[in-house]
Design a protein around this ligand. Structure first.
Ligand code: ADP
Ligand code: MG
Length: 388
């Protein structure tokens, strides 16, 4: 092959670009659920419920009781780069919300079918709302004999809230929002995930393990956000696989999510900020003691309330456990690290799973020695107790 001419460069269609990007953000069913749950957290929800069918391929449904979405925002809700959270690039330095790019919902509409049901507080005296009432009457008297829609209308009248349901495909709202019955908050449903990505759909069809990843994800959220109740169940199942109630104690929460035997063997660990004036970081967590036995490390790490992974920190802690404990048990670690927002770069990974930290080495070393001394102390106390 000897090219006579260089190949021509052309601009990709926007829909192609968007679908490629979507495949990076929504890598698997659990990534869609992470984005949806983070949206619910950003909406100040106190209750978040997840339902999954076929490991998320058939159906993902996340319902919350958060602040809902404005009626007038629905047309652009699932466009790429539409968000209520970020305005200027500089704000990224101090961002507190989990989301900021306005890409998650859009991505889902490029790889699945998205339906949103949300509540909008009504402004009774506004002109728009008067108009809405008129529209409602027309709608219900002449067009609809659907009981659910009728109920929605009655609820809306009584509480002056309006509920809408609307579907999206490829970033675009398919129809005008339809009034409907719902409960407070927002419900987002993603159906037929990866319907247009044959290879990826096949990968997940053949593996049943995404549901366990989803349960694992919800468990992690549940023990960090103890003022939010979470549930996760398979569609049609009467029993939830994750079910947490709001509590004031992290240990209680771990007990209900990970079980008594884990909770029994945890020790509190803390690293206060060494110098509050030029704050570097502080850490607070729970780590397993020498009685805990497991084949695999469980490391639940939140940095500035963001669920992340940090392989270097995990390794550092595993090394301490291996060196300090006689039994070759892997630890259970829950840690919440707080550091100045400008010390964290949250924009290094499409799934936001990894973050990059300023002073990472210092932070890891400090935590490592804190774990080591905690572990030694408890080990010594134990051997002391056990002596006759
Ligand atoms: P981002 O979270 O980065 O802003 P998303 O695509 O995830 O982008 O969501 C777009 C916008 O939709 C959010 O900024 C938010 O205003 C709104 N939104 C999404 N999910 C919810 C929800 N569960 N409750 C309230 N608003 C939501
Ligand atoms: Mg989001």
């Amino acid at each position: 092959y000897t090219p006579s001419e260089p190949p021509k460069i052309h601009r990709l269609d926007e829909s192609v670009v968007n679908r490629i990007a979507a495949g990076e953000v929504i890598q698997r069913p659990v990534s869609a659920i992470k984005e949806l749950v983070e949206n619910s957290l950003d909406a100040h929800s106190t209750s978040i419920n997840v339902v999954v069918k076929d490991g998320g391929l058939k159906l993902i449904q996340v319902s919350d009781d958060g602040h809902g979405i404005r009626r007038e925002d629905l047309p652009i809700l699932c466009e790429r780069h539409t968000t209520s959270k970020l305005t200027n690039y500089e704000d990224l330095q101090s961002i507190k919300s989990m989301g900021f790019r306005g890409e998650a919902l859009a991505s889902m509409t490029y790889v699945g079918h998205v339906t949103v049901t949300t509540i909008t507080p009504g402004k009774l005296h506004g002109y728009r709302q008067a108009n809405n009432f008129f529209f409602f009457f027309l709608h219900f008297n002449f067009k609809s004999n659907n009981l659910m829609e009728y109920l929605g209308f009655v609820i809306a009248l009584v509480f002056f809230f309006f509920f809408f349901r609307v579907s999206y495909r490829d970033g675009v709202m398919e129809d005008e929002p339809k009034p409907c019955a719902a409960v407070k908050g927002t419900q987002i449903m993603v159906e037929n995930l990866f319907y247009n990505m044959i290879a990826r759909r096949k990968t997940f069809q053949n593996s049943a393990d995404d549901y366990s990843k989803i349960v694992d994800l919800l468990s992690r959220f549940a023990i960090h956000h103890i003022n939010v109740s979470f549930s996760c169940r398979k569609h049609g199942a009467s029993r939830a696989d994750v079910h947490s109630v709001t509590t004031s104690s992290r240990l209680d929460s771990i007990r209900s999510v990970y079980g008594v035997s884990v909770a029994l063997n945890l020790m509190k660990i803390e690293v206060p900020d060494s110098d509050p004036s030029s704050s570097v970081f502080n850490m607070d967590g729970l780590i397993s003691n020498s009685n805990y036995v497991a084949k695999k490390t469980t490391m639940v790490l939140f940095i500035n309330d963001r669920l992340v992974e940090c392989t270097a920190l995990k390794r550092a802690i595993e090394i301490v456990y291996a060196a300090t404990l006689p039994k070759a048990s892997k630890p259970f670690i829950y840690m919440s690290i707080v550091l100045p927002p400008e010390h964290v770069d949250v924009n290094v990974h499409p799934t936001k799973r990894e973050v990059s930290l300023l002073n990472q080495e210092f932070i890891i070393n400090t935590i490592q020695s804190a774990v080591e001394s905690k572990l030694r102390n408890s080990n010594e106390a134990r051997t002391f107790q056990e002596q006759p």
